[in-house]
Design a protein around this ligand. Sequence first.
Ligand SMILES: [Zn+2]
Length: 237
Amino acid sequence: MKKINKVLNYKLLVFIIFTLSLSTSYSQSIRVPKANLLNKLKVGNHNFVKNDLAKFDFLEQREVLSKGQHPETIIVTCSDSRVAPEYIYNTGLGELFVIRVAGNVVDDVALGSIEYAVEHLKAKQIVVMGHSACGAVTASLKGETESPYINSIIKIIKPAATEAKEKCHSDSEALMYAIKQNVINQIKIMHKSKIISEALESGEISIWGAIYNIASGQVEFIESNEQPDKQKGDSHD
Ligand SMILES: [Zn+2]
């Protein structure tokens, strides 16, 4: 029991430390335990929704980060100009390793970037974040275009679009369904990476799906590929 209390106290202390760090100034020296990383994003998003943002000293951050980067979270999201992860999660420099491509698709190049951040930068969680009113998903619902390059994006989203058209009765319903299913599908694609699969299996990383609402600013987390039995031992890292 004493040991459990000690762990709980430690978790509480860490939570207080990173909450204070969000409300005052950024400190590169604080590494948040993996179990609290998702909560850190939720707190940042809450600040963004309320427009009550933490301030950052970019002069200090650039100096600290010139010695190296240790981002803890990988964000895979859309190139849409309204979807800016550092604002949405109210983070400073060096916190998010961001991969942005239309439709938040995980192609081989994106997968290589994710692998790099997991293996070499020791990032601890991956968030695949789709968003409302996504143009790439809308295009995929309409079908292929004359551009082979745009089609390369559409093809990756197509399974979600096909499923949405089969199951939904209206265009707006199909769009929301496809946006969500596309996030789930991109998470599945990540499993073809040996590096990511092994990191997930060993509990070194967590993977989350999310949908960003461009009108409200709110992020809804919808999917987790975290290994349930690995979550308990996270507090020591
Ligand atoms: Zn989009």
